[in-house]
Design a protein around this ligand. Sequence first.
Ligand code: THU
Length: 161
Amino acid sequence: MDERIITAKIQVYTISELPEIEKNLISAARTISGNAYAPYSSFQVGAAVLLENGQIITGNNQENAAYPSGLCAERVALFFANAQYPNLKVKAIAITAQTGDLFVSNPTAPCGACRQVILESENRADYPIRILMAGSDIVYAVDSIKELLPLHFDKSNLKHE
Ligand code: THU
């Protein structure tokens, strides 16, 4: 038996330390989280995607009485961005969450399914996506989804000899 240790390195910032463009991205995610449709969880998530031309696309979670039919904020934003601008690279995504009027203090990390979708976006453009997981004051950041999904399944797994 052999063992391998996989580590993840995240950057931890206070919001004030971030460059203006990333502050703006977090602010866009916070604005859109207020429009989330989350009557079942009361956990409203906002996601803002930064495209290579500087445009910001936002999305929020959309819940459903048939629970699995809902969709997370990250996928709403990313699918829309990739649908509208299939040839523009996604450079970054910011994720925020609020309950009622209060922004959640713990940084919100993307769920497993959203990680897989972020990975697909990275791979399709062959460009790493910076992920900003914003709490009310603290932000966790990684420069690629591969930090959060080190052992992943992608198109290379479908090539079998
Ligand atoms: N949610 C997101 O929108 N993004 C995540 O990364 C985590 C969870 C949503 C799904 C559901 O509407 C609510 O948050 C509670 O899980």
